[in-house]
Design a protein around this ligand. Structure first.
Ligand code: PLP
Length: 477
């Protein structure tokens, strides 16, 4: 290969920081002409990540930031395995089917077959899509059989939906009908949901662990109301539960609570293995109540060693490591282990909730903490005389390495700014105390301000100039 005259040859003996590469900007347009040593390439890529939040101090994410060494080793060992190569790696497919069985049973599946009906996804997003598509296809088949038009499908969900449902609506052209959250109604009521339904409703989607608030919706009440409604109208509207967080919390912390397949109209449930399933990203799961609710058009069967594995998914190739991670966690932790970890997270979340609720500038959005996450806002009397907002607090906390997001609530209550903390495995009481100290310290600093911050000025102007919505990069979704 011809070398440019001004280029020094990089050799194995070149010191990383004595190399030409360290004097040049990192490539962002074209692939570099020449190779470099792995040490230099490693250093350059690694250094790109320096300024980022430490994952464990990221209180914004729901996604696993801690797994033990054995889990990490298993996953690293499997990093080269493509899940879809079932013929080459049949045990991975079996492990996946076992995970689906275990999850289906945690959700009280009534299915009696050896292998329960479900699928894995890259996250809840893929799992939600699959649940939604199945509901749409079932609805379409029934309508076609009845000789009725199928061109105007819709689904009903709270305005506290996660962005995946907006994608689902757009990509499949299915109308999304939202039930607005209000200051009085912190989650979707059955009456409000049913008021949005008609013959074209493919499903209602209650959320267990609403991303915006951490609250659960009352699926049992919805199911009862739906039973009446379907009887009266002759419709067959089912429920898909988006249990991205709750799917791995409720079976351990509130096993008596009925939100799952014990309810008649719940035909599918999705969750994120990489949230409270305690696996590094990306892993999601969807389970159907019975094989008959998964349209044939969506699945194909693979028969291996007597195991009938239904393959369903939007992706084809995908990493297998997460399945090993999930199966390891089931074996390593067992029911009691998951319960202990999630109880600790919930207890720490409740502790933070109560301590933050006692701080004079703040009030909690809800008195309840059902999942290990909660949101709070600035008291309106305090906001009126303060020189700062929660966005300023977010910035202050960032200086201590914490990522605690401030964001505005969804449509209807979009001028309410809140702050959220998600507690996960890997966050201890000691860390909670450090965070509380840093919040109290930040408040003390902010209260010394002589002049209002730009975000305070913008918020105050918004109140004065009616109709202008003050927005900021929200982390709500
Ligand atoms: C996180 C979340 C999703 C999307 O899940 P991913 O696993 O990130 O794809 C969907 N719904 C709800 C309620 C969520 O909290």
């Amino acid at each position: 290969m011809k070398k440019c005259d001004d280029e020094k040859m990089t050799t194995v003996t070149t010191a990383v920081f004595g190399s030409q590469e360290m004097l040049k900007s990192a490539p962002s347009e074209k692939i570099p002409q020449h190779p470099t040593t792995p040490e230099i390439a490693y250093q350059m890529v690694k250094d790109e990540t320096y300024a980022q939040t430490q994952p464990r101090l990221n209180m914004a994410t729901f996604v696993t930031t801690y797994m033990d060494e054995y889990a990490t080793k298993l996953m690293n060992d499997a990093i080269a395995i493509n899940y879809i190569d079932e013929t080459e790696y049949p045990r991975v497919a079996v492990m996946c089917a076992r995970c689906i069985n275990i999850i289906a049973n945690l959700w009280n599946s009534p299915e009696k077959t050896k292998w329960k009906t479900g699928a894995l996804g890259i996250g809840s997003s893929e799992a939600c899509m699959l649940g939604g598509v199945a509901a749409w296809q079932r609805w379409k088949k029934r309508r076609t059989e009845q000789g009725k038009p199928c061109d105007k499908p819709n689904f009903v969900i709270s305005s506290g939906y996660q962005v995946v449902w907006e994608k689902f609506a757009q990509l499949w052209q299915i109308e999304m009908r939202t039930v607005p959250l209000t200051k009085e109604k912190l989650s979707m009521t059955p009456e409000d949901a049913l008021a949005k339904c008609d013959e074209n409703t493919i499903c209602i989607v209650p959320i267990m662990g609403v991303t915006w608030t951490g609250l659960n919706e009352d699926v049992e009440a919805l199911d009862a109301a739906l039973e009446e409604y379907n009887k009266k109208t002759g419709y067959d509207i089912p429920i898909h539960v988006d249990a991205a967080s709750g799917g791995f919390i409720l079976p351990f912390l509130e096993p008596e609570k009925k939100w799952d397949f014990r309810l008649k109209w719940v035909l599918s449930i999705s969750t994120s293995g990489h949230k409270y399933g305690l696996v590094y990203p990306g892993l999601g799961w969807v389970v159907w109540k019975d094989k008959k609710y998964l349209p044939d058009t969506m699945s194909f069967s693979v028969n291996y060693l007597g195991a009938e594995i239904a393959q369903v998914g939007l992706n084809f190739s995908r990493p297998a490591a997460q399945i090993l991670g999930q199966y390891y966690q089931f074996i390593r932790l067992g029911y009691e282990g998951y319960k202990a970890i999630h109880s600790s997270s919930l207890e720490i979340a409740k502790y933070l909730h109560s301590e933050i609720g006692k701080m004079h500038p703040f009030s909690n959005y809800s008195a309840q903490v059902h999942n290990p996450l909660f949101i709070w806002e600035m008291k309106s009397e305090y906001a009126q005389k303060s020189k700062w907002t929660l966005y300023d607090l977010q910035d202050k906390l960032k200086q201590n390495g914490w990522m605690v997001p401030a964001y505005t609530m969804p449509a209807n209550i979009e001028d309410t700014v809140v702050m959220r903390i998600v507690v996960r495995q890997g966050f201890s009481r000691d860390m909670a105390d450090q965070l509380l100290t840093d919040i109290a310290g930040a408040v003390t600093e902010l209260e010394k301000l002589q002049y209002p911050t730009p975000s305070r000025i913008a918020a105050d102007n918004k109140v004065k100039v009616k109709g202008t919505v003050f927005t900021h990069t929200g982390k709500g979704k």
